[in-house]
Ligand binder design. Structure first.
Ligand code: ADP
Ligand code: MG
Length: 362
């Protein structure tokens, strides 16, 4: 007689954690939780814009950044030369964020056969142009093939005296929160490029209309690193208590400083420096201008804090804006709107896992 066999129990698969659940910073925390240092000269490892290695009377700063086609750049509108320049600059910016001087760089790339040598010549022309401008020596790298697309990884060293280094963790309650230059234009530049790209794709005979947006597009395609701020501040005798570069958006960077320093902050929305035409364009794109600054990213300005007693020294410097102050952590991280509303600051910023259209890429 046919005997009904017991149903095989369905094996319960362990639930795997998706990367989207963790987010970029959750993933880094998870992967690096068992990392320990073996060398006493490692002053600072993971968690700042660059690692800090003791070299005796000086320190070596060390940082790396990876740019991937389709995630960080779109070759439809990103010329190779600009891409090379930007790949170098975003690394130089991390050295500037530590209050250091950039020194040496290696460049590695994975490249598919769809690219010509001439295209890569242009990429290198851009990298070398940045190395000339910022006085960085390109000293090595690695080259390999790729199934699809282009990925460029740049590693950079910098130097500083030990007591010159500025960490993300030094902000104290009462410190003034300052930012260099203006914010949000790089993001608006990206929106302009995306808009013109879609026009171009609908009708390939149409030429993208990019004139008039030079500043915004320049900020997106050809950013500069604020290595000048180190000397500017040295000249005024002000040493920031904490510093970070604005790669992911003002909100995200403020939260990094708050977290690493164990403080809260009060940011005044009306004080955020935004270029006038960027403000207009933001409205055209139906974006609140401050949101472009808070969440846009890629401006590569420096966000830093100074002691309240340095107010007189800092307040009149052209190109530096005081946008708020740090508070105790119990007071939270708040943005005060011009009409007096209090809004909690959350990081909706690009967390590096979004593609060039802002979609989460994982
Ligand atoms: P930044 O925006 O300044 O380039 P990130 O946000 O990319 O810095 O990284 C934050 C910190 O985490 C840095 O100290 C960086 O070195 C470290 N980090 C990022 N990815 C990894 C990884 N895969 N393994 C170890 N450390 C990492
Ligand atoms: Mg950084």
């Amino acid at each position: 007689m046919y005997e009904k066999k017991d149903k095989k129990p369905v094996e319960s698969k362990p639930k795997l954690t998706t990367l989207a659940e963790l987010g970029e910073f959750g993933l880094i925390d998870r992967l690096t939780r068992n990392v320990r240092h073996h060398h006493p000269e490692t002053i600072k490892g993971i968690g700042d814009d660059a690692a800090v290695i003791d070299m005796g009377d000086k320190v070596m700063l060390l940082s790396t950044d990876l740019l991937v086609e389709g995630i960080h750049f779109d070759l439809t509108y990103m010329p190779f030369k600009h891409l090379g320049y930007k790949a170098a600059v975003v690394n130089i910016s991390d050295i500037a964020a530590m209050n250091g001087i950039p020194r040496h760089m290696t460049v590695s790339m994975a490249v598919s056969s769809k690219f010509s040598a001439e295209a890569l010549d242009e990429l290198y022309a851009g990298i070398i142009m940045a190395c000339e401008k910022y006085k960085v020596d390109l000293v090595g790298g690695d080259t390999c093939s790729n199934v699809k697309g282009l990925a460029i990884s740049v590693t950079i060293t910098g130097e500083a005296k030990k007591d010159e280094v500025v960490y993300r963790s030094g902000a104290r309650s009462g410190d003034l929160l300052c930012v260099t230059g203006d914010l949000g234009s790089a993001y608006i530049g990206l929106l302009v490029l995306e808009r013109e790209k879609s026009v171009f794709q609908v009708d390939p005979n149409m030429q993208p209309e990019l004139s008039g947006y030079d500043y915004q597009i320049g900020r997106q395609l050809r950013p500069e690193a604020r290595t000048d701020i180190r000397n500017l501040l040295l000249g005024t005798g002000v040493k920031p208590t904490s510093m970070i570069d604005v790669s992911d958006g003002l909100a995200s960077e403020i939260l990094h400083i708050c977290k690493q320093s164990g403080v809260g902050c009060k940011l005044f929305e009306g004080k955020i420096p935004i270029e006038e035409y960027t403000r207009e364009l933001a409205k055209e794109f139906k974006i609140i201008p401050s949101v472009a600054a808070l969440s846009g990213g890629e401006d590569y300005e420096l966000l830093f804090t100074v002691k309240q007693e340095d107010y007189e020294k800092i307040k009149d410097i052209t190109g530096i804006t005081i946008i708020g102050h740090m508070t105790s952590s119990t007071e939270g991280k708040t943005m005060v709107t011009p009409d007096g509303k209090f809004i909690p600051i959350t990081a909706q910023g690009w967390d590096g896992m979004k593609d060039t259209k802002g979609n989460v890429a994982l």
